[in-house]
Design a protein around this ligand. Structure first.
Ligand code: HEC
Ligand code: HEC
Length: 351
């Protein structure tokens, strides 16, 4: 009896692979059928029918794969990324093409799908952003990926989005600069640390703001300087890119820094460009200050207090546990009531 629910659930999955909702509909019919069969028969048989239907229903939940869909999508995306993109891209570093951390928030989903399936077509269509990118990367051509379906690309993007939040150790990059550096990069490093590092990382996405790797190549200088001095002014001026970015970052405001001169910003951008191409190591999960994921208690200045990471319970597991508990309690209540009625009846008869 113990294995029965799981076996039944697995049978449904076999019958309709990947169609959970159909399994649910079938179960509904099955329950209705059991109810109809037992209707009018003895109370004990009726009770047994209800119990069986309840137990089998919960079985459908237990037979769900341990990995839910999102894990499968991420794995599929990682595999495709390693196969097709690794030669030129990394999420955490600029290689041949730009660093891809936070790109899923910087560009719209539809644009990314179009660009990844056929970048040349997008560039040829006159898209200003794509044209600038292509110029900045010396007209290097990214191959077309017509063999990848939209779903494949969506999986790759899900993987990039997830990987963007994985913390990497940026300190060796900072340390190396003091040894081998030109003074602009060094000055930029100090300015970045003082003015930007409370919100931004270069190699991965902070909880508050996008990763900045490759930014000096991805966006034109004429856009970057006014944006860094006063991003809200650019957003309000109706700049499409700035507006969309502001919305995707939940309208979090980047503090205006009008005191930074053009030279200061050039230094910062030189430092970012230098750092973007440097090797970085991912930090082991147990040493990360915070797990990637939702922003919970970000202070006004964007600082995130250190937090313990706890294993996450999927909603599905929890809901099925509750359903099982509910069914078990119902069964106990029904049996208890039946038993009590029987006892009362026998007492009544004795009198
Ligand atoms: C042969 C090298 C190469 C390969 C392979 C490659 N790319 Fe690119 N990618 C580039 C270059 C270079 C650019 C810069 C734009 C340009 O020149 O077209 C770029 C740009 C991009 C951009 C735009 C980044 C931005 O900041 O807007 C995305 C997104 C992207 N690539 C994703 C991918 C994905 C996903 C794959 C794998 C399916 C891939 N690329 C494979 C070279 C490559
Ligand atoms: C208070 C937090 C905060 C600080 C400090 C901050 N930023 Fe930002 N930054 C953001 C947020 C949030 C965004 C997302 C866009 C927006 O809000 O308009 C952003 C976006 C950006 C972008 C656009 C990135 C892209 O690829 O589209 C650049 C460039 C940038 N910041 C550079 C800087 C620099 C350089 C500094 C330091 C001089 C800095 N920021 C300081 C919060 C901050």
């Amino acid at each position: 009896m113990n294995r029965l629910p799981v076996v039944f659930g697995s049978f449904l999955k076999w019958l309709w692979p990947g169609r959970r909702q159909h399994g649910g509909v079938l179960l509904l019919f099955f329950n209705a059928f059991t109810g109809a069969c037992t209707f009018g028969s003895t109370p004990l048989r009726c009770l047994f029918g209800v119990m069986l239907a309840g137990v089998l229903s919960t079985g459908c939940g237990f037979a769900q794969p341990m990995q839910d869909d999102s894990t499968q999508i991420l794995q599929h995306g990682e595999l495709l990324f390693r196969r097709h993109c690794n030669a030129c891209h990394s999420v955490h570093r600029e290689v041949v093409g730009p660093m891809l951390a936070s790109v899923t928030k910087k560009r719209s989903h539809a644009w990314l799908i179009r660009f990844i399936s056929n970048s040349e077509q997008v560039i040829a269509s006159g898209d200003a952003y794509a044209r600038h990118l292509s110029d900045a990367y010396n007209n290097q051509v990214m191959p077309t990926f017509s063999m990848l379906s939209q779903q494949d690309i969506a999986s790759i993007l899900a993987y990039i989005e997830h990987e963007s939040l994985v913390q990497v150790d940026e300190t060796p990059v900072h340390d190396r600069i003091t040894v081998k550096s030109d003074s602009s990069i060094l000055r930029g490093r100090v300015l970045f640390r003082d003015q930007c590092s409370s919100c931004h990382f270069i190699h991965y996405e902070g909880r508050y703001a996008p990763a900045l790797g490759s930014v000096s190549k991805r966006l034109p200088r004429e856009w970057l300087i006014p944006f860094i001095q006063n991003s809200q002014k650019v957003v309000r001026s109706g700049d499409e890119y700035a507006e969309a970015l502001f919305e995707r970052y939940h309208r979090r405001v980047m503090v205006p820094m009008n005191f930074l001169t053009e030279n200061d910003i050039t230094d910062i951008l030189n430092y970012i460009a230098y750092s973007s191409t440097s090797m970085v190591e991912t930090v082991a999960p147990e040493e990360r200050a915070h797990g990637p994921g939702v922003v919970t208690n970000t202070a006004a200045d964007g600082e995130v207090p250190d937090q313990e990471t706890r294993p996450t319970f999927s909603l599905q597991t929890t809901s099925w546990m509750l359903i099982t508990l509910f069914v078990a309690l119902t069964i106990i209540a029904v049996i208890g009531t039946a038993f009590a009625i029987k006892m009362l009846r026998s007492l009544w008869r004795k009198d």
